[in-house]
Design a protein around this ligand. Sequence first.
Ligand code: PEP
Length: 246
Amino acid sequence: MRRPLIVGNWKMNGSRSRNAELLGALLSRWQGVHQAEVGVCSPSVYLQQLADCLTGSNIWVGAQDVSPHDSGAYTGEVSAAMLAEMDCHYVIVGHSERREYHGETDALVAQKFAAAQKADIVPILCVGETLAQRDAGDALVVIGEQLKVVIEACGRDAFSQAVIAYEPVWAIGTGRTATPKQAQEVHAFIRDQLGEQGLGVRILYGGSVKGANAADLFAETDIDGALVGGASLKAEEFIEICRAAE
Ligand code: PEP
């Protein structure tokens, strides 16, 4: 019922020549029709390159961030309408690295979520707890609050055109993955918070997903795919993850 989705987050990596190589390898390894849907989120300066390579293929173009504003004096920011011109289908909002290094609040993340949808771009809303919050037994409270702010600002119905990524901060780029059981518990909680609307929403897991651990995660009822950081920079490994979702 929910189509599996794998999205690569290149973070601040790449160069025109390395991107061309990686995109070429992805396209040749992911030809034809697949059950799983695949997307790649690059730094904004490379979105035109992604659009040139991927538009019309079976891999979506995605961005890693979006401005909450439509236009104007916001130096350095990129609006949702600009992303739409680059053929972006997805945009990540509220990644923990943006929350941590750029002080993004839940309220700002909700504005970005709404801005993306206004331009017909599907937001991938990242939520997740830190290790200290998990150790204190507060993981679900923290995630519940992150979600609540977006639900209150945009409404539950908005999630029919959105994706959620559960990314425990302690698992991102650390090589330490949540166990399938830990992730499933949170995914089920997230789905529940969305009420009836939650049944159709795709909830991805993110945090050190690799070819070797993907299938066990995807076997869980409420894990509909993955947001993949480091492993999305290696074509073979990324495609192994995509295949595990089918
Ligand atoms: C991410 O950046 O969203 C992520 C999940 O990173 P990694 O896969 O490297 O842990």
